[in-house]
Write a protein that binds this ligand. Structure first.
Ligand SMILES: C[S@@+](CC[C@H](N)C(=O)[O-])C[C@H]1O[C@@H](n2cnc3c(N)ncnc32)[C@H](O)[C@@H]1O
Length: 243
């Protein structure tokens, strides 16, 4: 992977170059650690899951588990998991009673992984896994009761080149995906629909706040917990975005 500059936030609205440089280093470390895992099985929520190479490893940080526990799944309704990875949250949503689950990821290996885990847990009829750059490949008319993304929080500069699938799980180039998620996610909600973002302290809060303000929206904290990830303390935050 092309090394990220020590500080990626020279012209950042957040003006916190040191922290951004630190987040970039931790991000590169995370890509390396998740990349070492390879094909394997892991246990989460008392269930066995398949993990394919180049897919974000849920057992390596607490984010997947915490956000899945905190999310208000719409029982009998529709749930969209953006960036489904191995599919733990999407499959759990179906097992907890969502009538229809859409699981999207830009990484084709993650889409395959989610299909494997949906079949393994008997919910392939209710979980549709789609390769999509955010909402691009989804039915334009589709609306959801809950939309959620455990996002790639680490800011990467505008000239960052993705060289492997796993980098999409960690780095957001120019924070463009966060801007699109906030804007387009709000437009994808059903009448009483809710938009969530799984964020953490490696992310660029100032850029996120700017994206939310640009969309004319507000952001509030639904739940939070500080724990260790990749040997550094990380605050995991489930955020809700509203108009
Ligand atoms: C932090 S990982 C979370 C994976 C999984 N949801 C979990 O919690 O274990 C972020 C996921 O978002 C996906 N992703 C990144 N950019 C995306 C985009 N533009 N469109 C769709 N998915 C994207 C990544 O490939 C990755 O699977």
């Amino acid at each position: 992977m092309r090394p990220l500059p020590r500080s990626s936030a020279g012209s950042s609205p957040s003006d916190h170059g040191a922290e951004a440089g630190e987040a970039s280093k931790v991000g590169a470390h995370l890509v390396g650690r998740h990349g070492e895992v390879g094909e394997c099985e892991f246990t989460m929520f008392g269930r066995q899951w398949h993990l394919l190479p180049e897919v974000f490893a849920p057992a390596h940080t607490d984010s997947t588990q915490l956000f899945t526990r905190w999310l208000p799944f719409p029982v009998g309704g529709t749930f969209l998991e953006m960036g489904c990875g191995a599919g733990v949250t999407a499959v759990t949503a179906a097992l907890e009673g969502c009538a229809r689950v859409t699981a999207a990821d830009i990484n084709p290996q993650a889409v395959r992984n989610t299909r494997l885990n949906a079949a393994r847990h008997g919910v392939a009829d209710r979980v549709e896994a789609v390769r999509s750059d955010l909402f691009d490949a989804l039915d334009p008319g589709a609306r959801f009761d809950v939309v959620f993304w455990n996002s790639n929080v680490v800011h990467a500069p505008a000239d960052f080149a993705y060289t492997r699938g796993l980098e999409h799980a960690v780095f957001d180039r120019d924070y463009a995906a966060h801007r699109r998620y906030v804007r387009d996610g709000l437009a994808r909600l059903s009448g009483s629909g809710r938009l969530f973002l799984g964020f953490n302290s490696l992310g660029d809060t100032a850029r996120l706040d700017a994206a939310v303000a640009q969309a004319g929206a507000r952001i509030t904290e639904h739940a939070t917990l500080t724990n260790r990830a990749s040997d550094v303390p990380v605050a995991f935050r489930l955020m809700e975005i509203t108009r």
